[in-house]
Design a protein around this ligand. Structure first.
Ligand code: MF3
Ligand code: CO
Length: 272
């Protein structure tokens, strides 16, 4: 089905009173999807570069430099840079930082740290977004398990992405796995539509009820990016920089993020 045929089907579903039918603007055309995919290739390349070079002793500013240099040498732009005043090119979130950590010359990676590197790319006006966790050397069993279970949550959420499924199934699968392991899903942040802008509809909850929420339709592109805390879900935003989100209880937090396309048969991960 092309986009026009899909939009006709959505109009019919709305007439039938089906709830949660996405707006037409959330369904990308083949041309737009091709553009987002090109952006996503660079975004994944940046994260591969980081994964090959990250190690004890470097600073988070070094990561910012790598991300900027790789992105710009591939003809693209770092979406975070000056986005709503964000001062750097990438988010680097260590240990009890939940997300939106700001790279700094003063922050040196040390053995046992867990760090999320969140990369977002603009190429020819098309946006892509993904993040990975990295463990510096070896960490404690507790922190390693948090990192691993968070990745499992993302994978379980992803498996729920299917045409004419519901976003609530994604959130439900993520939260159940978190709870089963004694963890809490952060509720203050979620995933988002992505592609023509950095953050689009729908808002992607990482918790939810089965068979509820937005209908998933071929041509939708969005992120799934669960953040897991060890004990309490609460976050506190730094009063100093206005960005860095810390766990309230100072315990570690983990996050993984993919951008995903809903297809006629299931899904396609665009950047990871
Ligand atoms: N990349 C983040 C996300 O997943 C957004 C970061 S906002 C920024 O949505 F300004 F810090 F870049
Ligand atoms: Co995102």
């Amino acid at each position: 089905m092309n986009r026009d045929e899909t939009l006709k089907k959505l109009a019919q579903l709305r007439r039938e009173g089906v709830l949660g039918v996405p707006k037409d603007s959330m369904i990308k055309s083949d041309e737009q999807i091709a553009g987002i995919k090109e952006s996503a290739v660079i975004n994944t390349g940046v994260l591969d570069y980081v994964s090959q070079n990250i190690k004890e002793g470097i600073t988070t500013q070094d990561i910012d430099d790598w991300v900027r240099d790789y992105t710009e040498s591939h003809g693209a732009i770092c979406a975070p840079y000056h986005y709503e005043g964000f001062p750097k090119h990438v988010c680097t979130s260590i240990d009890d930082v939940v997300c939106h950590g700001i790279p700094s010359k003063k922050v040196i990676l040390k053995e046992g740290m867990i760090i999320n590197v969140d990369v977002s790319t603009i190429l020819n006006g098309y946006f892509s977004d993904a993040s990975r966790m990295f463990v510096i050397g070896e960490t404690t069993a507790e922190k390693q398990k948090l990192v691993d279970v968070c990745k499992e949550c993302l994978d379980l959420g992803l498996k729920q992405v299917k045409p004419y499924g519901r976003l609530g199934d994604v959130g439900y699968a993520i939260e159940q796995h978190a709870i089963d392991n004694g963890y809490k899903v952060v509720r203050d942040f979620g995933g988002h539509g992505v592609g023509l802008e950095f953050h689009e509809e729908p808002f992607v909850y990482h918790y939810g009820k089965k068979n509820s929420g937005c209908l998933l339709v071929p041509g939708m592109v969005f992120t799934i990016e669960p953040m897991l805390n060890m004990h309490k879900s609460g976050v506190r935003i730094s009063a100093v920089d206005g960005w860095t989100a810390y766990t309230k209880d100072k315990m570690p937090s983990a996050q993984w993020e993919y951008s995903v396309l809903v297809t006629e048969n299931g899904y396609e991960v665009l950047t990871y």
